[in-house]
Every structure is written in C-alpha cells, then in structure tokens.
Write a protein that binds this ligand. Structure first.
Ligand code: ATP
Ligand code: MG
Length: 402
C-alpha cells in the first residue's frame, strides 16, 4: 500500500459570507490548471475538502505545484483503505512507515464521520496505535506532543489516513474576487503587486506599455516571462501589450519636460482604465509604494489619480523595498525583473521631474495638445497575448523547435 491521494483543506473562515459553491468551483479549476501536466490525477470535491486521486502519478511534483495555489490552507498525502478494520490498521501502519518521521513519538487521531461504522473513535485509536507499536521498533506514543499525528478518518466511501500536513498558500482562489487590470512593467515591484492581488482572489488582466524601437524585444519577452511566472498562482493571464511610442513622442514634443513623467503616468492610467472597462475589470493594480521615487509622492499620486474613477489598488504601498524583494525572490520573479532591459519609462524621461506636480497645471498642459486620438490608437492597437493557455504553450513549443 502507498499514498494514493492528496487531501486538500481550505479555510472555513475564508468561506464566511461568501458563495461557497463559487469558491469551491474556482479552487477546483485552479488546482486542475496547476497540476495539468500530471494528467492521470483527478480532482474531486468532497464535503468541504478537495481530494486528488494520484492514479500512479509521483506525488512530489504535484505537491510542489499545490503549494502555489491560493485558497488552500493546508494539504496532506493520504492513503485510502476500505472500511474494514484490518485493512485500516495495515494502511495506518504503512502510512506511518512511509512518512518521514517514522522514528520517535506518534499518536493516532481517529474520526468517524460515517456513523454506521461500528467502532468508536476512542477504540480505533487504541487498536491502530497498538498495531503500530507492535509492528515497529523505537517508537512510542505521546498524546500531547507527538512527532507524527496519524489521522484516520472513516467516511462512507472509505477511510483516509494522513500523517502531517503541508502549509498551503492561503488567500482566496484566484477568480473569486473578480478581475483587476495589473499595470505590469518589467521591474521588481509590479509582479509582486500582481501576486498579492491574486492572493486575495483577483484574476489578472496584465497591461504593459512598450515603446519600440526604444525598448527592444528582450524587454517585452521579459514581461511575458513575468506574466508566465504569475500564471503559476492561478491560471492563464491575458497580457495586453500597448504600443506607447507615439504617445510618448507626443508628450515629449508638447509637454514641459518637468511634467512629462506626470503626464505620461496620467496617460497610462487613462489607457489602462479603457482596457479594464473592455475586459470588465473593476480596479487597477500597480506596484507603487509611497515615497520611493519622484512619481510616488502623495502629491504625485494625487495628480496622476485625477484621470480615473476606478479604484487603484496599491498592495505595496506600506512595504519597504527589501520586503518587496523578498516576496519577488520567493515567487520567482526577481531573477527575471533584474535583467537589464529598459522599459518605456526610462526612455524619454528628463531628469528634472517635479516631485509635487499639481492637478491644475497638469490639466492645463494637456489642453495644449489633442492627445485623445493617441490614447484611442494605443487602446485599439494593443496586442493581446493569452499567457499560460494551451495554444500559447503549443505555439511556444513550435517556436522552440524552429
Ligand atoms: P516596478 O518595479 O513595478 O517597475 P517602479 O518602482 O519602477 O515599479 P515606477 O517606475 O514609478 O516604479 O512605476 C510605478 C508603477 O507603474 C509600476 O509598479 C507599474 O505598476 C506601473 N508601470 C510603470 N511602467 C510601466 C510599464 N511600462 N507598463 C505597465 N505599467 C508600468
Ligand atoms: Mg519600473
């Protein structure tokens, strides 16, 4: 006998006041997406839990992928037995032996969810505990602080045995909170902002501004790779690549240089809002943090924010750079973000940006030129890539072959 299931738990707390069915449906889909490479695995919903039937798949890589799925509080390898006491005892022993901590102390915690099962949980603890003791060496029972807790759960369809649990990613299943538009640069911050929004259940629609030929294909590839990395946490993401060159040139030619950055940001917000509207996203997420750079003073946020009514979520607003870097490293975006290729903001931008731009001035400068057609063109000509979809991986495989 060997571990043939993974039992997945999700927080009851997270479900409070929410649509349980939607939560479970999304979680199941996201788990299926995360482990789709392991095609023999089957995911099932059972009474407030999720169960993966491994069907001969190697559990280790499946476990690694599950660690990234939001909405999971913890999970455990499980061994399934019938509801025959002899088989349960034997499975419990095997589960204990195949678990890492087979030396030291243990206790058995049996639960009889299926009431017609004739043996009470106290007696089950005794029978199973005794059986493990008789068939092992150097192992003792400790009911207060055991090294291993052998959890035996008798259900109608069978008995599941687990030893130990793996911490899940927490949060809410991606998609349960609706959609947000993530302003994704090639930097360190915005991928982390996207990750944190996903953690609270938001599905991402990523928007990237690029300015060819001033920014090259590598910079763009970098953003695709960042998006791809984010799909590990909740499924495919549409990436909108917005051509920004003409608009940046128009700003450069028509706006006093110390306001160019402010106006450029206002344009980014306007365009992102239009894309968000089209995609039915209800908020914009970005990687701004308070007081890092000229564009991130409160005055600057105030002036840039004037152009949109959409909620702007800034998950990093209270974080120090070091904290952001730690998350970026943990989620695997850091090494991509630090690649040197320029993004559109660093081109064209004069060194004399005001740190306290004013709304009235920004508005007046914008009136001097008709930017509207440029904004429209940028929205219309945005290229949409479906990152993480099967077609995309197929296309990529073909390209890699050529
Ligand atoms: P990041 O590390 O995310 O690039 P940053 O510290 O460089 O952020 P800024 O350059 O001021 O900060 O950008 C602030 C935010 O504006 C970014 O976090 C991102 O959300 C958005 N942004 C900046 N440049 C782009 C771009 N080329 N495309 C899309 N969004 C962008
Ligand atoms: Mg940046």
């Amino acid at each position: 006998m060997k571990y043939d299931h993974i039992l997945i738990r999700y927080g009851e707390l997270a479900l409070k006041g929410r649509n349980r069915n939607d939560f479970e449906k999304k979680l199941k889909q996201n788990i299926q997406f995360a482990i789709s490479e392991h095609s023999a695995c089957k995911v099932k919903r059972t009474y407030g839990r999720m169960m993966i039937e491994l069907h001969e798949e190697n559990p280790e890589p499946v476990i690694e992928k599950l660690k990234h799925v939001f909405g999971i509080s913890s999970f455990s390898l499980a061994m399934k037995a019938s509801n025959e006491i002899e088989e349960i005892k034997d499975a419990a022993l095997q589960a204990f032996l195949q678990h890492d901590g087979k030396k030291g102390t243990f206790k058995v915690s049996a639960r009889r969810s299926y009431k017609p099962f004739p043996i009470h949980s106290q007696d089950l603890n005794q029978y199973i505990g005794g059986y493990i003791l008789r068939n092992t060496e150097g192992v003792t029972v400790d009911v207060h602080h055991p090294d291993v807790e052998v959890v035996v759960e008798v259900r109608e369809q069978g008995t599941y045995i687990t030893c130990g649990r793996v911490e899940g990613a927490g949060g809410l299943p991606v998609g349960t909170a609706g959609k947000v538009a993530l302003m994704l640069s090639g930097g360190i911050d915005s991928p982390v902002a996207g990750y944190l929004a996903m953690k609270r259940g938001a599905e991402l629609e990523a928007v990237h501004f690029h300015s060819p030929p001033y920014t090259n294909e590598r910079a763009r590839k970098k953003v695709e790779d960042l998006t791809k990395t984010l799909t590990r946490f909740g499924g495919r993401i549409k990436l909108h690549v917005v051509p920004f060159t003409e608009l940046q040139k128009a700003i450069h030619a028509n706006i006093p240089s110390n306001y160019a950055m402010t106006i450029m940001r206002r344009m980014m917000f306007r365009i992102t809002e239009k894309i968000a509207d089209k995609q039915k996203a209800k908020a914009i997420v970005n990687g701004e943090s308070l007081g890092q750079v000229a564009s991130q003073t409160l005055e600057s946020m105030y002036t840039i924010n004037e152009v949109t009514n959409m909620p702007i979520l800034r998950p990093l607003v209270t974080m120090d750079k070091q904290e952001v870097v730690e998350v970026a490293e943990k989620i695997g975006t850091y090494s991509i973000s630090v690649l040197p290729y320029e993004d559109c903001c660093t081109i064209f931008l004069p060194p004399d940006s005001v740190t306290k731009p004013r709304r009235d001035k920004a508005g007046r400068f914008e009136e001097a030129f008709d930017f509207e057609p440029y904004i429209e063109a940028a929205v219309q000509n945005a290229e949409i890539l479906d990152i993480g979809s099967e077609e995309e991986s197929f296309e990529k495989q073909m390209n890699d072959l050529l």
